[in-house]
Design a protein around this ligand. Structure first.
Ligand code: IPE
Ligand code: MG
Length: 218
């Protein structure tokens, strides 16, 4: 969900206003995902690198998360979405961790749409954390193959990424789901996240649907 800061800057607004505008996109997007028959949607909310931002911006993002969780989790629950989080929880404020647990508990039985929020998430941290747990479990080298490794990721039940949407025109991965995107199709748009619409989401899906995925074959 990139481009909130630039969206605000273009309007002479503080960056926080951009983040707020970015949150407003979520409800229409999740509705569109449900309509399109998407089963799993992962949103990159806060990376392990985002701690490098000024403290007041980090605080704003954490408060905005709490406010958004209070408002949107009951709505998501009513619509049958199951919410889960990806990332290193231990460094997040306890209030945020509590909101994450509550959201997961409340929505655990839902099965219409799986929504994952990557929060304090890094693709490399995820791989390192998996390797650590494999070592801690005492697996021998020949027990470690791709299938076994996948089981040690943050959310082993998440299918591989089919489509990765990157907003704000950046041509990089930024440490997102490194393991899971091995064969992902990309949709890159100059649209800044707060301007990302359901129409554009459907365009991305159409673009994906028109591609032929060969996965190394012919
Ligand atoms: C949102 O966009 C990303 C986060 C919520 C951390 P940015 O804040 O990165 O926006 P730009 O890149 O400055 O435009
Ligand atoms: Mg950015």
């Amino acid at each position: 969900m990139d481009g909130n800061g630039r969206w605000a800057q273009r309007r002479w607004l503080p960056r926080a206003a951009g983040h707020r505008a970015g949150v407003a996109v979520l409800t229409p997007l999740l509705e569109a995902a449900g309509e399109a028959g998407v089963k799993t949607l992962t949103l990159y909310a806060f990376s392990t690198e985002n701690w490098a931002r000024p403290v007041d911006e980090v605080d704003t993002l954490m408060s905005l998360f709490l406010e958004t969780a209070r408002k949107k989790v009951p709505q998501l629950n009513d619509r049958g979405a199951r919410l889960r989080f990806l990332g290193r929880r231990e460094h997040l404020p306890e209030s945020v961790r509590a909101a994450m647990r509550e959201a997961e508990d409340l929505t655990a039985q839902n099965d219409r749409l799986d929504v994952y929020i990557a929060l304090n998430y890094g693709g490399r941290s995820e791989i390192v954390d998996a390797a650590r747990r494999i070592v801690a479990d005492g697996l021998s080298p020949d027990e470690v193959d791709e299938a076994t490794f996948s089981k040690y990721l943050y959310a082993p039940e998440v299918p591989e990424v089919d489509l990765l949407i990157r907003t704000s025109g950046e041509l990089r991965i930024s440490n997102f789901l490194l393991w899971q995107i091995a064969y992902a199709e990309f949709y890159i748009t100059d649209t800044l996240w707060p301007d990302f619409s359901r129409e554009e989401f459907f365009r991305a899906i159409e673009s994906y649907a028109s591609r032929s995925r060969r996965r190394g074959g012919v």
